[in-house]
Design a binder for this molecule. Structure first.
Ligand SMILES: [Cu+2]
Length: 440
């Protein structure tokens, strides 16, 4: 074999190996938009609490409920537009679940609403399964001018039902019941066919003569002469037919039944947030990230300004939560393996007591989910410290019909939450024990 032949064979084999290896060693990547925004927006934008799901398995056409609360953070990055309008939805890959009802702070809401930084909102969605499959379902808050911020998710399995998907609604004007899964489908197909035929006829008319010859003539300056009076008449007929079809279609649609209603674009401006529980006052002293241990630690001074003992339950940011393991006896509702944090010193906060707390949250997720990145002009972190009362919670106090999510577990009942304290700071970076300690 010639040297060139050998080289080619070697390159081919290498390519084959790389190609094969890429199939064998490729890790399963799962993401569908959770990390789409910059880390500082996700941590400083919206934090979620008590995100709960009524089902983890349902059949096509069955409905499930997703509820929860979220806070628009005061630590919102000021270099971005301050969000004015928000919209609540779900993040799933494709239209697998249809929203049947959407409620914010107990009000039925179809459109966007005015959101205020620092406020807490309660949401509820009733979702109807459309397509069989297994989906990672997140609540999603879309903010105008920024994008979608996602909350903690749960894997939901949709199995085939007795009937194909159907979404029936009654039109109040006529009393008629229609199925949105198919409504108007015949017309959509009809219009596509009508315009397809027109377009095809236009192409066939011009392409039926020898194209290469005509092109060669065109290059040699024979231009207008190639178009005959018959061509001009045909073009005019095509133009007239097109105008008649478009205007006629509009007239036919507008004269149809039921009464034509334009899309509703009303926005809700009078939706005030829920009262913010604030029994504790906090002041962040330092946030520090250790790159080799992948742990975020926080020093925070906390004072219990209420007349009841409280306990630090968790730190929550974006769709992450870290639970204080010492509170598991009080709220033993952890149904999943929720990440925990180290809290020092631990224990109750008596009324009036001030403590300097050190929290340590060690988890690869800071890097895998791009929460702490070193190519950012500012490396910041933010979240909410959740303090609860110190009364043990009986199992029957939990909502038996609801399940938690995979990053938070079942939330502590809202009435038991004593304080929600935002923490926000630049991060000091430790580059670990490998080299000298440095700070950014
Ligand atoms: Cu997901």
């Amino acid at each position: 074999m010639s040297p060139l032949g050998k080289a080619c064979l070697a390159v081919s084999l290498t390519c084959l190996c790389v190609f094969g290896a890429s199939f064998m060693q490729a890790p399963v990547v799962h993401a569908h938009g959770e990390h789409n925004l910059e880390p500082f927006i996700r941590m400083r934008g919206i934090s979620f609490f008590n995100v709960e799901f009524s089902h983890e398995r349902l059949a096509v056409n069955e409905t499930m409920t997703v509820t929860g609360k979220f806070r628009a953070m005061n630590s919102w990055p000021r270099m971005l537009t301050t969000p004015e309008l928000a919209w609540v939805g779900v993040l799933v890959p494709g239209p697998k679940l249809a929203v049947r009802e959407r409620w914010v702070n107990g009000r039925f809401i179809q459109n966007a609403f005015n959101i205020e930084l620092g406020e807490i909102y309660d949401f509820k969605m009733i979702l109807q399964a459309r397509e069989p499959g297994r989906y990672h379902v997140h609540p999603l808050i879309n903010l105008s001018g920024t994008g979608g911020l996602v909350g903690p998710a749960k894997w939901i399995t949709v199995v085939p039902g007795d009937a194909p998907p159907s979404y029936t609604v009654q039109i109040p004007a006529t009393g008629e019941t229609i199925d949105l899964e198919h409504y108007g489908f015949g017309r959509v197909v009809g219009w596509h066919i009508a315009f397809g035929i027109l377009g095809l006829a236009w192409l066939v008319y011009w392409a039926r003569r020898p194209m290469l010859v005509r092109y060669a003539l065109l290059v040699n300056g024979v231009d207008e002469e190639q178009i005959t009076p018959a061509d001009r008449r045909t073009s005019l007929i095509f133009g007239v037919v097109l105008v008649v079809v478009v205007i006629g279609g509009l007239l036919v649609t507008n004269s149809g039944r039921p009464p034509i209603i334009p899309h509703q674009a009303a926005r809700m401006w009078d939706l005030s947030g829920l009262p913010v529980p604030s029994a504790v006052q906090t002041e962040v002293k330092e946030l520090r990230y250790n790159t080799t241990e992948r742990s975020l630690s926080m020093q925070v001074e906390a004072t219990n300004a209420s007349d009841q003992a409280v306990v630090l339950r968790k730190f929550t940011t974006s769709y992450l939560s870290f639970i204080n393991p010492a509170t598991q006896d009080l709220y033993s509702d952890l149904q999943n393996e929720i990440p925990t944090m180290q809290v020092e010193p631990d224990g109750l906060f008596q009324p009036g007591e001030t403590k300097m707390l050190t929290l340590t949250m060690q988890d690869a997720i800071w890097e895998t989910d791009r929460f702490i990145e070193f190519d950012q002009p500012q490396i910041t972190a933010a979240g909410v410290l959740v303090f609860t009362d110190a009364q043990p919670l009986a199992r029957e106090d939990l909502q038996p019909m609801m399940m938690g999510n995979s990053r938070e577990g079942l939330g502590v009942p809202w009435e038991r939450i004593s304080s929600l304290n935002e923490v926000y700071s630049n991060i000091q970076i430790d580059f670990g024990s490998m080299g000298s300690q440095a700070s950014l």
